[in-house]
Design a protein around this ligand. Structure first.
Ligand code: KMH
Ligand code: ZN
Length: 273
C-alpha cells in the first residue's frame, strides 16, 4: 500500500506579489492565518518565506520567529523554512532562519537560470548549508530545479555530509530550469536512490497535473501561491487553502489517504536521528 500523501503549502514565496494575487499572505499575521487554514484543508508541511512590511523579501530571523511562534502556538504542522530566499541574497543572509531550529529547511543543491536571473548555489555554500542543518537537527528538503541537483545532493552523501534516505522536492517549470512536464517528473524520479521520498512543486499551470501524477505515483505534492497564483485558467486562487483542499479532494477520489502532520513526521523521520 502507498504511504499517506504529504501536502506542502508554499504560502508566500519570494517572487509572488499581492498585485498578482491579493490573497497572497505577506505579513506574519496573514502568513500564520493562511498556514492554519491550509492545515485544516490537509497540509502537513508549511513552506515559509518571510517578507518585510513593504512586501519585499527578507531572511530576517526575527520575522521568521514571529511567524513560526504564531503557527506553533496553534498547530503541530511541520515548519519548513526557505534557505533559498530571493535571488541576489548572500548565502549568510539566506541561512539565518536555520538557527531557529525549524523542523525542516530547503536545500537547493545547484545553480540554475531563474527567468532573467540566476539562482546561485556553489558547492561550498551547499555544503555549509547542509552542515548547518545537520548540526541543528533540521531535516533538509533537497530542492531540485534540474536533474544535476540530484547528483550534487548525492555527492554530499558520498562525502558523508548528508545521509540517505533524503527527501527531495522537484521544482518543475521555472523558466530556465527543468520543464513542468510528465516526462521531466518521471526522469527526476528515476534518478533517486531507493528509499528516498519526493514531492513535486509544479510551477504555474504545471502545478495541478504534476500534483495528480504524484498522487498516483506515490510521491507527495507541494502547492501554493509561491508556485502558482491561479485556481484554473483565468481564475485567481482565493487563497493557499483552496489549492491544498483541491489536492486533498483529488487524493481522496484516487484512493490515497492524506497524512496528518504527525504521520508526515514519521514518513520523513523528522525529529528522529
Ligand atoms: N526564491 C527562489 C530564488 C526555496 O525556497 O528554497 C528560491 C526558492 C527556493 O524559493
Ligand atoms: Zn520557496
Amino acid at each position: 500500500m502507498m504511504e499517506k500523501l504529504i501536502i506542502t503549502a508554499a504560502l508566500t514565496g519570494a517572487e509572488t506579489t499581492k498585485e498578482a494575487n491579493p490573497a497572497l499572505p505577506v505579513t506574519p499575521e496573514e502568513i500564520i492565518e493562511s498556514a492554519l487554514r491550509c492545515v485544516q484543508a490537509g497540509a502537513s508541511i508549511v513552506h515559509l518565506h518571510a517578507r518585510n512590511r513593504d512586501g519585499s523579501s527578507t531572511q530576517d530571523p526575527a520575522v521568521y520567529k514571529e511567524i513560526i511562534d504564531g503557527i506553533r502556538e496553534r498547530s503541530d504542522v511541520i515548519i519548513q523554512v526557505s534557505t533559498g530566499g530571493a535571488v541576489g541574497m548572500s548565502a549568510q543572509e539566506r541561512l539565518q532562519p536555520v538557527d531557529l531550529r525549524p523542523d525542516m529547511a530547503t536545500l537547493s543543491t545547484g545553480s540554475v537560470n531563474f527567468g532573467e536571473d540566476i539562482f546561485v548555489n556553489t558547492m561550498e555554500d551547499i555544503r555549509t548549508f547542509a552542515r548547518a542543518m545537520v548540526e541543528r537537527g533540521v531535516t533538509p528538503e533537497i530542492e531540485a530545479f534540474d536533474s544535476g541537483m540530484i547528483n550534487n545532493a548525492l555527492t554530499l552523501v558520498k562525502e558523508g555530509i548528508l545521509q540517505l534516505p533524503l527527501h527531495f522536492d522537484f521544482v518543475l517549470g521555472v523558466p530556465g530550469a527543468m520543464p513542468g512536464t510528465p516526462e521531466a517528473l518521471m526522469y527526476m524520479r528515476s534518478l533517486l536512490p531507493p528509499g528516498c521520498t519526493w514531492s513535486v512543486a509544479g510551477i504555474g499551470r504545471a502545478e495541478l497535473p504534476l500534483g495528480v501524477m504524484a498522487i498516483i505515483l506515490g510521491g507527495h505534492v507541494r502547492v501554493g501561491l509561491e508556485d502558482n497564483i491561479y485556481y484554473k485558467k483565468g481564475q485567481l486562487a482565493k487563497g493557499n487553502e483552496e489549492l491544498v483542499a483541491r489536492i486533498a479532494r483529488l487524493a481522496a477520489e484516487l484512493g490515497r489517504e492524506v497524512a496528518t502532520p504527525a504521520e508526515a513526521r514519521k514518513i520523513l523521520n523528522i525529529g528522529g536521528l
